[in-house]
Design a protein around this ligand. Structure first.
Ligand code: ADP
Ligand code: GN1
Ligand code: MG
Length: 353
């Protein structure tokens, strides 16, 4: 830590370090000055997941420059360069990046008031709105195939062949559920193959703890966790909001009887998102908005189950059934979402017509 903070121009003796946040992928630390009111967020990039960290730095850097020029009032968490002018510090085979800590901010892991869903969705809508005219040339995928549902399904099928045979036998019901929803992969493929469906700069990880709220007003301040900011489809962002804002419980919960879609939260998130995006959404995007929720809930459940069958090689687990519980949680959420299809479609229509 001492060496890394020096690379970013900070005197280590003047700072305290502590682990921060509850993300699955990177290691995040808060650096707090002992004598001044200065704070920074330092992150070690998980290079098993992000094989080319320089792509993250380029995507975030280009976006930051575009926003500074075209939307200077917009709060975007920029990267702090090292004393050598690089956007990443490379130390002992690991990549580190640093950003300013947004003062007076906090994040949450589940949503307890519709207003929070509204605020968070508004923050992601504003980001997509401000990036509407961002040129995508030179932007690359920081994780190739990240939200490619067909590829994720293929990985699931591979885990059924090469995975833990005992686990495969024990969770036949969960496996059958994933197979029974295979048609979602086809809907996804139709979207991807539709030349009229736009590609935009998309956050790709809009879960609730990636929004920073103001401690005083409780309004959304900005979004964080920009590692997967890359070209993609709007269903990724809308879908992950549906997945994480509409349910009272987070994906970690085993209170399965509480896993359900709260329609008033769904409505609040649609209101928030379309308060920004209504005039910019294309006809092709409008047509497939209902699919966003099932797409992301299904993909997340499928990813958790695949990881369980592969002996937990991707998501950190605290006990053997952890990934299985997460997959069950997402299965129940998807079943509930689909059972409320009519009501949810009516809410979507109200927001875009
Ligand atoms: P992960 O990839 O591990 O999810 P995040 O970038 O989401 O990492 O950071 C973890 C948590 O740290 C976030 O949920 C948020 O609470 C907090 N955080 C991240 N960046 C900032 C920042 N610049 N200012 C304030 N809080 C931040
Ligand atoms: C991971 O890093 P974090 O915790 O924000 C994952 C997302 C999943 C999420 C599920 C790079 O996000 O895709 O939706 O866990 N990120 C990556 O909680 O795989
Ligand atoms: Mg995060």
């Amino acid at each position: 830590m001492e060496h890394i903070s020096k690379l970013f121009g900070l005197e280590p003796d003047n700072y305290s370090f502590k682990p921060f946040g509850s993300g699955h992928i990177n290691a995040t630390f808060l650096l707090e000055s002992i004598s001044e009111n200065k704070r920074f967020v330092l992150q070690k990039i998980n290079i098993n997941v992000f094989k080319k960290p320089e792509i993250i730095a380029k995507n975030v850097g280009n976006t930051s420059d575009f926003l500074a020029k075209n939307h200077p009032e917009y709060l975007f968490i920029h990267q702090i360069n090292t004393i050598n002018g690089e956007d990443l510090a490379f130390v002992d085979g690991e990549y580190w990046r640093m950003s300013p800590f947004i003062p007076n901010s906090y994040s949450i892991n589940s949503v307890s008031e519709p207003q929070m869903a509204y605020e968070a969705a508004k923050a992601f809508g504003l980001l997509t709105k401000n990036l509407h005219y961002l040129p995508l040339e030179g932007m690359q995928a920081s994780i190739p195939g990240f939200h490619d549902l067909a590829w994720r399904y293929q990985q699931f099928e591979e885990s059924l062949i090469n995975g833990n045979q005992n686990r495969i036998k024990e969770v036949a019901q969960e496996i059958e559920f994933i197979k029974s929803q295979r048609h979602l992969v086809e809907i996804y493929q139709n979207i991807i193959q539709n030349p009229d469906y736009p590609t935009r700069m998309i956050h790709h990880d809009t879960k609730i703890n990636n929004v920073l709220f103001d401690k005083t007003t409780h309004k959304s301040l900005c979004v964080c966790d920009l590692d997967t900011l890359m070209p993609g489809k709007i269903i990724s962002d809308i879908g992950d909001m549906v997945r994480t804002y509409t349910c009272e419980e987070s994906e970690e919960s085993i209170e399965f009887d509480k896993i359900e879609v709260r329609t008033e939260y769904f409505e609040a998130l649609m209101n928030g998102y379309f308060s920004q995006m209504k005039s910019l959404i294309s006809p092709a995007e409008k047509e497939n908005l209902f699919f966003a929720g099932p797409f992301m809930i299904y993909m997340q459940g499928l990813r958790f189950l695949t990881d369980y069958l592969n002996n937990d090689i991707y998501y950190p687990v605290k006990f053997p059934e952890h990934n299985l519980n997460r997959a069950k949680n997402q299965r129940i959420l998807l079943e509930d979402f689909l059972s409320k299809a009519f009501e949810l479609m009516t809410i979507i229509k109200k927001n875009i017509d």
